[in-house]
Design a protein around this ligand. Structure first.
Ligand code: ADP
Ligand code: ZN
Ligand code: ZN
Length: 731
């Protein structure tokens, strides 16, 4: 009698046994439909055995094997097992979350051939310059068609979410036509011997980096590619990927947020026109996601480009993993299955015996520490490819009188750029900083009554919004506490800065870019087109602008309020501020002009600003490492957070207090802190608290966590909802 152990997407940390007489060893990883309670559910076979703790007579048979799409390979299972153990999450839930939605359902999921579009004979005679300069998206799309000859829907959309409109225009012009049948990426018969596109000649630093990365492609090795902004890291990735493709292997390229970086996808597609490239990210619909997943699994796709979820993409011939902007916090999932895709990518590379490249101008301290300790190889690109680095100057705001939040030198610099018809970027650090309504008589602040966040004033609808739970309300006529009618925003949010700029520079075309203004689909891409077409003089924006964008005509970056992150309570705040400012500063002078960066600060002599001025990331990281070592923080300690939420804070704290007692019984060498209210204490009516534990040994912490989790799961009903966050990034 064969028994299969099946994992389901349920919050129970166990597998479920079923009878399956014809099960074979090769069925491990296969999808099945099986009765579960009163329902029928899709699960994945994770083990096959002859015995069960359940009486054989009570075991149900599986309903059916779902063979229309192949399941997981042993390699994939090995990775998900590691992830489930390491992140203390149920194996079944991890395995199921690694599947595209289309395969988590029992419904038969026919693999449709997607609509695609091909360049017509007329289109092939065109050049990008035959289109008007204003039609930036059309031009970009035509360039892609000229490189590839055909594109599927997802590739079109990756070019720009408004690309559908541009596509229609190209179709109307007769340059592009809709095609039927399967999309082939094989070289077109009409263009034999298409010249191999090899990219620009490498700089000596790039050449040395590529040589180091290619030294051994057949063994695991982790490389930190530490390259200043504009040093040409992308070119190094492309050369390395090229070598891996030529060896007949697949490459996985992970990026932080694909919706913000379609430029990279276009670059990769442009470089490898005859290679099937698929993307995996949350911007795809279920059918696309399924098709791309299957293309990766079948080996048809040779390059997979995706966000953190793509770390689980099945890749039978994996030969290389690249993680771009490896320090980016979006590689960590912050709810449910809280994994770090960057860290799992390293595990995966090791399991598969392939190299991995972690690229960044400002690596995570954990990664940098590994490079310093020689566990990772360090490859450097110390200079920009094309031009000189931006000049970074700090302006001491204690020495000057601010004019509506701006130091006079900033206004002067902005005026100069306007006169020279160059673009400027005014960067506002939105973290811990927003236009909260305040009564300057009694000190009342507009708080959200549903959670502990402050309500933020939005100018466009003159309403107060809670950015955490979504609550909205009208602006009160007067202070609810003292009746004072003169309420005004505390500090300067993006909108007030915009208003000041509009008043000072009435002739300037100002564009605000933040989460709100880019939320609508396609909004950001439309803005990018306007910036590229020089229809904008001053960009005002938040973090969203910091990520890898390349604006050729931008020569000035002004940072208005960086200091509030400098003295934040989170021990990672300086590391993050440094990374953020380096990225923002890196936007200046990407074209031919010299870039200037002006930073307003009350603390111009702080080591962070000094290192930033010298662009000396290594020095700053070395200093931070020393601090972390003496303070007993990661990467010298390994941490986990037990998070609990309950209707009342007291309940959560009491529950955590008992959990802390259990913890001390399990391993008294693991350091257990006291429970504290969470940074964002209330969320949609529930109150949250947390308990930090740490150890200088990763293994010891892992053994402890497993035992602790078992102990906490013992009781059936718990007063609090809880979860464990391993290597937490948010406190
Ligand atoms: P990073 O990712 O390191 O910030 P990029 O990869 O964006 O830098 O490269 C910066 C710019 O330099 C890009 O416009 C890129 O096309 C260009 N570039 C990269 N390598 C070379 C090279 N070897 N020769 C000429 N231009 C290059
Ligand atoms: Zn008041
Ligand atoms: Zn709220």
């Amino acid at each position: 009698m064969k028994i299969v152990r099946v994992g389901f997407d349920v919050p129970l940390d166990r597998l479920f046994d079923y009878r399956c007489d014809d099960a074979r060893e090769s069925d491990i990883g296969a999808r099945v439909l099986a009765p579960f309670g009163k329902r029928s559910m899709v699960g994945v076979i994770l083990e096959i055995t002859d015995t069960s703790s359940v009486a054989i007579a009570r075991l149900k048979p599986i309903t059916k094997m779902l063979r229309e799409a192949p399941g997981f390979s042993p390699d994939d299972i090995q990775l998900t097992r590691f992830a489930a153990d390491y992140y203390q999450h149920p194996l079944g839930a991890v395995v199921m979350s690694a599947l595209p939605v289309g395969l988590r359902r029992a419904r038969k999921t026919p693999v449709k051939s997607l609509t695609h579009y091909g360049l017509t004979a007329l289109g092939a005679t065109r050049t990008v310059d035959s289109l008007p300069a204003r039609a930036a998206t059309q031009r970009r799309l035509l360039a892609l068609f000229l490189a590839h000859r055909s594109l599927d829907d997802a590739a079109v959309r990756a070019c720009a979410p408004t690309a559908k409109i541009a596509l229609r225009q190209l179709i109307e012009s007769g340059y592009v036509a809709t095609c039927e049948g399967a999309l082939t990426h094989a070289p077109d018969a009409t263009t034999p011997n298409a010249p191999e596109i090899i990219g620009p000649p490498l700089t000596p630093d790039q050449a040395a980096a590529v040589t180091a990365l290619l030294a051994d492609l057949s063994a695991f090795k982790a490389h930190l590619l530490l390259g200043v902004t504009g040093s040409g890291k992308t070119e190094v990735y492309l050369r390395t990927i090229d070598a891996v493709l030529k060896k007949g292997r697949q490459a996985l390229l992970l990026v932080p947020e694909i919706s913000l970086t379609p430029q990279l996808e276009a670059t990769v597609r442009g470089r490898f026109p005859d290679t099937k490239i698929v993307s995996l990210h949350s911007g795809l619909n279920d059918t696309e996601r399924l098709n791309h997943w299957i293309a990766a699994q079948s080996g048809a796709a040779r390059i997979v480009l995706g966000t953190r979820l793509a770390v689980f993409a099945p890749l039978p011939e994996l030969g290389l993993i690249v993680v771009d902007e490896e320090h980016d916090a979006s590689f960590k999932q912050n709810e449910g299955f809280r994994y770090s895709a960057r860290d799992l990518a390293v595990v995966r590379a090791r399991q598969r015996g392939v190299p991995i490249v972690l690229g960044s101008a400002t690596p995570a301290l954990e990664t940098y520490h590994n490079a310093v300790g020689k566990r990772y190889a360090l490859v450097r690109l110390p200079t920009r490819v094309n031009n000189t680095p931006p000049r970074i100057v700090c302006i001491n705001t204690r020495d000057v009188r601010l004019d509506n939040g701006f130091a006079p030198p900033l206004l002067t610099a902005l005026r100069e750029r306007l006169a020279r018809r160059e673009q400027s970027l005014v960067f506002i650090n939105r973290r811990g900083y927003s236009p909260v309504l305040m009564c300057h008589d009694c000190g009342w602040l507009s708080g959200c009554h549903r959670c502990s966040a402050k309500l933020v004033l939005h100018a466009h609808d003159r309403r107060l919004h809670c950015h955490h739970c979504g609550y909205q309300s009208k602006v009160p006529m007067a202070c609810p506490d003292c009746g004072n009618a003169d309420l005004s925003p505390l500090g300067q949010g993006t909108q007030r800065i915009e208003a000041t700029l509009a008043e000072r520079f009435p002739q300037a075309r100002i564009l605000r870019i933040d989460r709100d203004s880019t939320r609508a689909r396609g909004a950001w891409s439309g803005m990018r087109d306007r910036i590229e077409a020089r229809e904008v003089d001053i960009l005002v924006g938040t973090q969203i602008l910091a990520k890898g964008h390349d604006f050729a005509n931008l020569s000035l970056v002004c940072v208005v309020n960086a200091d509030n992150l400098l003295y934040s309570t989170d021990f990672r705040a300086p590391e993050r501020l440094y990374a953020l400012l380096t990225q923002v500063a890196g936007r200046a002078g990407r074209g031919v002009t010299q870039g200037d960066v002006l930073i307003q600060t009350e603390f111009p002599t702080h080591p962070l600003y000094a290192a930033l001025r010298d662009q000396d990331t290594a020095r700053f990281a070395d200093d931070l490492l020393k601090e972390r070592r003496s303070a007993g923080f990661p990467p010298f300690q390994y941490q986990a957070l037990l998070r609990a939420e309950a209707p009342q804070l007291d309940t959560a704290i009491q529950w955590l207090t008992r959990a802390a007692e259990r913890a001390r019984e399990i391993d008294d060498a693991v350091m257990v802190y006291d429970p504290v209210p969470a940074g964002m204490m209330r969320l949609a009516g529930r109150e949250r608290a947390q308990l930090l534990v740490q150890s200088s040994s990763r293994n010891r912490l892992q053994r402890f966590l497993a035992a602790w989790r078992d102990a906490l799961s013992e009781k059936k009903a718990s007063a609090a909802r809880w979860s464990i966050d391993v290597d937490p990034l948010e406190f």
